[in-house]
Design a protein around this ligand. Structure first.
Ligand code: GLC
Length: 779
């Protein structure tokens, strides 16, 4: 982060506090409070959603469309009432009450039982040169989650979180700013949770009880403080509303849920072919191979290295015949090559598409190709041009793009010369002529806009097939354009452990399609670490193995037979779970729900779940308690209320208690909630290997219901309604277990298949699937 941001002294008298409310104007959905020079505007957008804007100067910034997808006026009208007294203005919706105290101006929120939340503290709104801020109370028992990409444990109470995208190489539990900057969080206590989205692309920071215990503060370098308060009361509702605001992920191709193999780099066609062959020979499922920077000619984006990859089209064709998709990396840095040998540089220069310094000179920095220039992705024309450049890759047959180094990451001198990380000058202007904005305002958007460019290009270039996009950097709303991985982790146990809370907090920030490099990127995994990582990796929504240059190989077979078997078994389990997983992805597209969830997501009133960083839920039915320490072969597992079945032994356990789970190297403790049905398919070597000719509904006795989503898995026909959903229920009647599979709804017809109802500990019934559903009795 640039030095000048420095440490902030918030109690410093240079802060100017907001004055008392002088006048109140009530509009259709807005209330405007004039407080002398400053104005506060409260907009009612939904029963559980308000937008608060505080402008110290009384001028509100023009609306930017970068992250929020729904303009204030486009929300459905909200029913609300206002009551005005001498000292307060009250606003009541069907879900919440907001009280604006007039002197001094303070905002307080309550649920309809009068439980307070997001209450301004003794200090409320304030500003000083270059910063606007607000202070709010932390309620007793409140815990804090989300904040985008964060290291450490799940709960961020007592931490400071900066929102400024950086190349956070060598991160650890104390690292603050990361690759992603997503200024959103949720506060949770029994019976009540609420979310805050700070709608600022500028540098911003949350201080959760550090400066002053019992108070959280947010501040931004934007000239105005603009934030949304989202009332739950449950986390799922917060995410639903937050993703209405910032958008939801599109449905990825089903193959993107398979295993991805990557390395920096599989350096030639021959090596790539060998890797692919090895997977198939050893019968280890895998769907995707990523090509890292060495496929390029001297790290020139949108070129191929003719020596290493002389026939990329043939290579990719060959991979495709063997069931592999290819994904290529793209970096934003364009090699500075004014000699006229490199079309991308020439075109960008000619069209004036690269970022310039405030004095008008071309800005350059150093990345893989040494001296490089950087496209101004904020400009729609640049996005389009860059998108079109992807054709050199799609023509070769690639199925996805991996966007890297887009914080942006660059040095002030050639890589290897111990340079300093820099960014574009903060006062350099970016964006189209009609909407120029400083880099200070738009820095956090660089990765988002680059990903948007790729995603939109792939839609055009591969109009019939869904594509895959992966990015390292992003901002709020990145889920609309791309999946995200957590950058350069290390082959250490601590990074295995932290991957779960990291991914859970990303999910709680609206980004469901996330993963970490399995095995660790930097360093060398031991066999044991790799085995444990692969087990845990089947829970990652994005399951990709990756490792750095000059580290030991990290493919599933390099650690000996025992680990190879473990990898195969767990990958097979991942592939068997695909119908369940794909349904979770679909749910994420519909409601913004995470795929990988902390336990409190479904048990928000159970405070024992609040600090559980080492257990997760995959959807609502599967609970995993992975091993993340060497030499450990058993562990404590907290089971929330209800009955839980051990996946391996099928033994039922009562919840609301800790149990001790056996976990020899071959076993990651897994549990399924009673009353769940887990849809399973046969093992495949790759997702589309063959039609799914049997579908097993694994039933865990109890009471519950679920849904299965299906479509062709790769085209866009589902958008025209060519998909199906099947609802199912489990219930108990006296001694019998009743399983009802409802008739399949929707226009998609699966291939002929047998349905196997496998009731754990009871028995099995089979029938041919005619889409009509069935009611089965087991006693
Ligand atoms: C960055 C990426 C890493 C990639 C490497 C080379 O470090 O985070 O995943 O392998 O660059 O492209």
């Amino acid at each position: 982060m640039p030095q000048y941001f420095g440490q902030l002294h918030t109690l410093d008298p240079s802060w100017s506090q907001i004055e008392a409310v002088k006048t109140v104007e009530v509009g259709d959905r807005h209330l405007l409070f004039n407080c002398g020079n400053a104005d506060v505007k409260i907009s009612l957008l939904a029963d559980n959603l308000i937008r608060v804007r505080y402008s110290p100067s009384g001028d509100f910034l023009p609306r930017r469309s970068w992250a929020v997808t729904v303009e204030d006026q486009d929300w459905q009208p909200v029913q609300f009432q206002t009551h005005e007294t001498e000292t307060t203005t009250e606003i009541i919706t069907e879900k919440i009450k907001i009280i604006i105290q007039h002197n001094p101006c303070r905002i307080q929120c309550y649920d309809l039982q009068n439980n307070p939340f997001a209450i301004d503290g003794e200090l409320g709104f304030a500003w000083r040169q270059g910063l606007t801020a607000v202070w709010k109370k932390i309620e007793p028992e409140e815990h804090f989650y989300g904040f985008g990409e964060r290291t450490g444990f799940l709960d961020k109470l007592g931490e400071i979180k900066t929102n400024w995208t950086v190349d956070s190489l060598d991160y650890d539990a104390l690292t603050d700013a990361m690759y992603q900057a997503i200024p959103v969080f949720m506060a949770l206590r029994p019976e009540l949770s609420y979310g805050i989205f700070l709608n600022s692309t500028y540098w911003s920071r949350f201080d959760i009880g550090v400066e002053q215990p019992g108070i959280w503060r947010m501040e931004t370098q934007a000239p105005e403080l603009d934030y949304y308060i989202i009332y739950g009361p449950e986390p799922a509702q917060i995410l639903n509303t937050y993703t209405q605001l910032t958008g939801r992920m599109p449905l990825p191709p089903r193959w993107a849920l398979g295993y991805h193999q990557c390395r920096w780099s599989y350096e030639s066609e021959i090596v790539v072919q060998e890797i692919a062959k090895e997977f198939r020979n050893r019968k280890i499922p895998c769907d995707v191979i990523h090509l890292d920077i060495d496929y390029m000619q001297g790290y020139r984006v949108f070129t191929w290295n003719e020596k290493r990859f002389p026939e990329p089209k043939k290579l990719i064709q060959n991979l495709s015949e063997n069931g592999f998709k290819a994904v290529t990396i793209i970096d934003p840095g364009v090699k500075y090559e004014p000699e006229g040998n490199y079309a991308i540089f020439d075109q960008g220069l000619e069209q004036d598409y690269f970022v310039r310094k405030p004095n008008g000179q071309l800005f350059h920095g150093y990345v893989w190709p040494d001296k490089a220039v950087f496209p101004d992705f904020l400009n729609l024309k640049v996005q389009k041009w860059w998108g079109e450049c992807h054709q050199t890759l799609t023509d070769m047959g690639i199925s996805g793009i991996w966007n890297d180094m887009n914080e942006p990451a660059l040095d002030d001198r050639p890589f290897g010369d111990k340079g300093t990380k820099i960014t574009f000058p903060l006062d350099s202007l970016q964006g189209p002529p009609e909407e120029r904005a400083t880099h200070a305002e738009t820095h956090n958007l660089y990765g988002l806009m680059m990903s948007k460019s790729s995603a939109e290009a792939l839609l055009k270039l591969r109009p019939k097939e869904r594509s895959f996009v992966l990015t390292r950097s992003g901002y709020a709303g990145i889920q609309r354009w791309s999946s995200v991985w957590m950058g350069d982790n290390h082959s250490i146990w601590e990074h295995l452990e932290t991957s779960l809370p990291m991914l859970c907090n990303m999910g709680l920030s609206g980004v469901a399609f996330v993963g970490c490099d399995i095995g660790g990127f930097a360093g060398n995994a031991t066999a044991e670490l790799f085995a444990r990582w692969m087990q845990l990796g089947i829970l990652y929504p994005l399951m990709r193995g990756h490792s750095a240059l000059s580290t030991a190989q990290h493919e599933p077979w390099v650690f000996g037979e025992r680990v190879e078997c473990i990898c195969r078994d767990y990958l097979e389990l991942r592939y068997r779970l695909l119908p369940y997983l794909y349904t979770l992805f679909w749910e994420a597209t519909q409601t913004g729900s995470p795929i990988l969830r902390p336990l409190f997501y479904h048990y928000p009133n159970d405070s024992k779940t609040y600090s559980l960083s080492d257990q997760v839920l995959l959807g609502s039915a599967i609970l995993a308690a992975p091993i993340y320490r060497p030499g450990v072969e058993c562990r404590a597992v907290y089971l929330p209320k209800g009955i839980w079945y051990d996946w391996w032994t099928k033994e039922p356990y009562s919840g609301s208690q800790y149990i001790l789970a056996e976990a020899p190297l071959e076993r990651m403790p897994l549990y399924v909630k009673a009353g769940s049905i887990i849809p399973l398919q046969p093992v495949m070597q790759y997702v589309d290997e063959k039609p799914i000719d049997s579908l097993t509904f694994k039933v865990f006795p109890g009471t519950g219901e679920g849904i299965l989503y299906e479509d062709d898995g790769h085209s866009f026909e589902y958008i025209q309604g060519i998909y199906s959903t099947t609802k199912y229920q489990v219930s108990q009647e006296n001694q019998a277990l009743i399983i009802e599979i409802e008739p399949r709804q929707g226009q998609w017809t699966p291939p002929d298949r047998e349905i196997i109802i496998d009731v754990v500990g009871v028995g099995e019934q089979r029938f041919q699937d005619d889409g009509q559903g069935k009611i089965l009795r087991f006693s």
